[in-house]
Design a protein around this ligand. Sequence first.
Ligand code: PHE
Length: 438
Amino acid sequence: MSSTSRDGFTNKFGVIAAAAGSAVGLGNIWRFPYVTGENGGGAFLLVYLFFILLIGLPVMLSELLIGRRAQKNVFGAFRTLAPNKPIFMSVGIMGVGAAFMILAFYAVVAGWTMEYTYLAITNSLSQMGSAELSSFFKEFQSSTTGPLVWMGIFMILTAAIVIGGVKNGIEKYTKVLMPLLLVIIIILCINSVSLDGAEAGLAFLFKPDFSKINGSVILEALGQAFFSLSIGMGVIATYGSYIQKKENLMFTGFSVSLADSLIAVLAGVAIFPAVFAFGIDPSSGPGLVFETLPNVFNNMQGGYLFSVAFFVLLVIAALTSSVSLLEVVVAYFTEELNMSRKKSTIIAASSIAVLGALCVVSDKAFKVFDWTSSNILLPLGGILIAIFVGWVLGHDKMKNELEAHGGKVYLTGVLMVILKYVAPLAIGAVFLHGLGLL
Ligand code: PHE
């Protein structure tokens, strides 16, 4: 299909807001703290940040330039740029598969945040003490009707935005709302750090205990880096295809990665001091944020307002990410299978909602989708994307696309070495080692 079916982002800030909107989401505020908690804290954080810089950023740049060069959905992009190399089209297939899996459990968690928004508005959370908050979450999460209904509502919202097209909706709102979320998180950090007993939480997050590092911790850190940056499955490539030639992709990639890591670290600073101050187990899993933060709100001035604002913004952050996930599938359906945007969106969203329902009733399905997509599909996609730009597209075409805005970019030689050798070998090694195969 021609470029008429795709809306372009209008300017630099719009591009960054949309890409950062995709990257910043539940992955930063819900997943990052609990995965860090389960994997020993500080040492995990270090490995995670190392992967963001060494592998995440180069893969993100690769996706941006692949998308912009091909002007297609992720599957079509590889078909166009590497017509005789079907192996790379598997990135598109895996990407669409990953979008189904991720969105299924993502919508469930987003549903929890909607329930908590409702509880915050009705002032119900403020009545509960720490122990009660924990047991309340467990009860809610293991029930069926509430989570199911909220998940459904969330999918409808996601579909409604995607049907309208990405441009106006996402670009317009994320520009205002993401900075607001940042402000609230900073206020939460200040409150959390001033709690009695906060030091233990800060030490947990910032004092690495290297004895905690093993193959599976490293694999989790890599998976979290991919998940959080929205890379390895074509979301960023799809957004890249909506970016105009005049934009500087290096700048975009840097800003998005920086914003994403900053918000994850701040979420950690907001959460871990409170985890320790209120005697919550840092490795208590997916409920960590929901069991912890209401305690912080209950102990701060203006807690009611902040809790409402926080959960509303969290729902919005989740929406700007879920929209990008659904967009991968919809761009694929419309461009490759020639379906209308509306039909693609409805089919994709309703089949994902069915998988979401499966995640509501089965903890196992939830965990399998979460783990497999982040730790298997995204890194595999990442290897192929790096190899593609490194070995197939090559240095000159890469540099050419990165400089298409008319400026000069530096360090393309280093980038090339990373894409050709470092990223594929490192991801491959982490991958095999984490799975116990190396
Ligand atoms: N990066 C998003 C988040 O952190 C989740 C996501 C993953 C979105 C993969 C798109 C692709 O919440």
